[in-house]
Design a protein around this ligand. Structure first.
Ligand code: PMP
Length: 403
């Protein structure tokens, strides 16, 4: 069984905020499963491996030694390092899913090394040249935003915390809106709504396996990530859809200066994978629909998790509304990639979990109290089953059988 604890030495809040604890440095090898620590601190999307294992041949990419020599992909494109095939597959998938009004041809696509790089590029592009913009997001916010904003202590922008507390009419701001939200899966809108500001929509989870697609999004600047769409976090591909040409140009400049573009190899792989997902959604497809497959797993996990949480009286979970999904052509509900759990009292939720060898991420990292914690629900089956067993023990309901 592949239940491991330590996966990375990288010091980034999304991948490793809990990894420095010495007890996490062991792995599952040689340990009994009952003793293994399950690391659900980061949202490592290994759940999707089951689908891609089935699509092994269909999604394989062969790269020849003679490929990817040039820095340039398409000198005629504003984003000169964007591979034409990737651009085509991004547009095709958005059109099939209906999550973006892309067919109107009003967006410049900027590719990035994950959407993490694009967040930085967007802050650079949207901040005014002569004053520092305050970067805000309504709490609970994605824990990487403060770190990404303040890492290099730029004079162009600085982290300002919870968007609901931002009340300065005369100051430039950039609001980050994550919808559905990480950590809590809630559908959101901008909250500041004042002059002198810009809004960046982080739509990492606006895909039909996680949430109903209620309308095509058409905001000025939207971010998407390959990591959460198909599960290929390791390929490090994200894309921004940008209406304003000058903003797109500045983001491209950021990418040019920081990494001279984005790996062509990864872009070609992403194009192949996104193409396979689109193929799987076509009418009469001979392969299983990727979003239906993934949604079914998440739905089942949520049902089982709710059953365990309900069986005792220690934690609470949020409820999500059911809405009409344009993609599923049916009523569906949100089944987030993370569970945002809270202790009913004032206990430190992450500490309670840790005592039972479950690593989650505590609420303070998301700008709220320690009675909250986020745990990933997109790990492999073994880890998820173990999570339910551990939760049952905490809650004294371990007579339930979760195999
Ligand atoms: N935005 C949100 C809301 C996320 O949850 C994540 C990944 N955890 C990212 C951005 C960054 O994704 P990427 O892997 O593309 O850098």
């Amino acid at each position: 069984m592949g239940v491991t604890v330590q996966t990375s030495e990288i010091n980034h809040s999304e991948v490793s905020s809990n990894n420095s604890a010495p007890e996490n440095r062991k792995n599952g090898i040689g340990e009994s499963i009952a003793d293994a620590v399950i690391n659900l601190d980061h949202g490592d999307p290994t759940m999707f491996e089951a689908y891609w294992e089935k699509m092994r041949e269909r999604s394989a990419v062969t790269l020849l030694g003679s490929q990817s020599l040039s820095y340039f992909s398409d000198p005629k494109n504003l984003c000169w390092f964007l591979e034409p095939k990737l651009e085509q597959e991004i547009k095709r998938l958005h059109t099939i899913v209906g999550n973006v009004a892309i067919e109107e041809g009003q967006y410049y696509i900027v590719v990035g090394t994950g959407s993490s790089q694009l967040i930085q590029a967007a802050l650079y592009a949207l901040s005014p040249p002569d004053a520092a913009a305050t970067v805000v997001c309504a709490a609970p916010y994605y824990s990487a935003y403060p770190e990404v904003t303040d890492l290099v202590r730029s004079r162009r922008f600085e982290w300002g915390g919870d968007a609901r507390s931002f009340e300065r009419d005369d100051e430039p701001f950039i609001e980050l809106v994550t919808t559905p939200n990480n950590p809590d899966g809630v559908i959101r809108e901008a909250v500041v709504n004042r002059p002198h500001g810009s809004v960046v929509y982080d739509l990492a989870y606006y895909w039909p396996h996680f949430t109903p697609i209620t309308a095509p999004a058409n905001h000025h600047l939207m971010l998407f990530t390959f990591s959460k769409c198909t599960g290929h976090a390791g390929s490090r591909i994200g894309w921004a859809l940008v209406k304003d040409k000058e903003v797109a140009k500045k983001m491209i400049k950021f990418m040019e200066v920081s990494t001279i573009g984005v790996s062509k190899d990864s872009q070609l792989r992403a194009a192949k994978i996104l193409g396979t997902v689109s193929d799987s959604c076509s009418t009469g497809a001979d392969i299983e629909n990727f979003f239906v497959f993934s949604r079914n797993i998440l739905k089942e996990r949520w049902n089982r998790l709710r059953e365990v949480v309900k069986a005792a009286d220690l934690f609470t979970l949020l409820k999500y509304p059911t809405q009409y999904c344009r993609f599923a052509k049916d009523m569906t509900d949100t089944v987030p990639a993370f569970a945002w759990i809270a202790t009913k009292g004032e206990e430190d939720c992450a500490e309670v979990l840790k005592k039972h060898k479950i690593l989650g991420r505590g609420g303070t990292k998301f700008g709220v109290g320690k009675q909250f914690a986020r745990i990933s629900l997109v790990s492999k089956d073994e880890e998820f089953n173990l999570l339910l067993q551990r939760l049952s023990i905490i809650q004294g309901t371990d007579d339930l059988n979760y195999e």
